[in-house]
Design a protein around this ligand. Structure first.
Ligand SMILES: [Zn+2]
Ligand SMILES: [Zn+2]
Length: 116
């Protein structure tokens, strides 16, 4: 089974975390686990360069963001990085500081990753 780790950031605490993902038989990716990590070790492991294609669902075991607990995520339309998202209609990207409207970021999901 193919597995990978994506680098996420918590929108509220602005701290990095890793999300373990697995590719299932149907070709979609599933988030299985989330764990705190620091950004420099994530870069050393290459987590910040992981790219996936396809949908990105959460399994029932997926614990959510290790800092704020939310299950959702959003990909920034400006820097293309991923952050946790609690479902509010607008957010400020913890990576680049861009204020985004989620309705404009939704298009990104169909290209590289998909929310739930
Ligand atoms: Zn969070
Ligand atoms: Zn951004």
């Amino acid at each position: 089974m193919e597995a990978n780790v994506l680098l996420f950031k918590c929108t509220k605490s602005k701290r990095a975390y890793g999300v373990r993902i697995q590719k299932m038989r149907d070709g979609d990716w599933y988030r299985t686990w989330a764990f705190k990590l620091n950004e420099s070790s994530a870069r050393r492991e290459g987590y910040d360069r992981s790219v996936i294609k396809g949908n990105l669902y959460a399994t029932e075991e997926y614990p959510g963001c290790p800092y704020c607990g939310c299950q959702g995520f959003v990909m920034c339309g400006h820097c293309q990085k991923i952050a946790c998202w609690d479902g509010e209609s607008s957010y400020t990207c913890p990576w680049c500081g861009t204020k985004s409207n989620i309705s404009t970021a939704e298009d990104m999901f169909t290209v590289t990753a998909n929310g739930d």
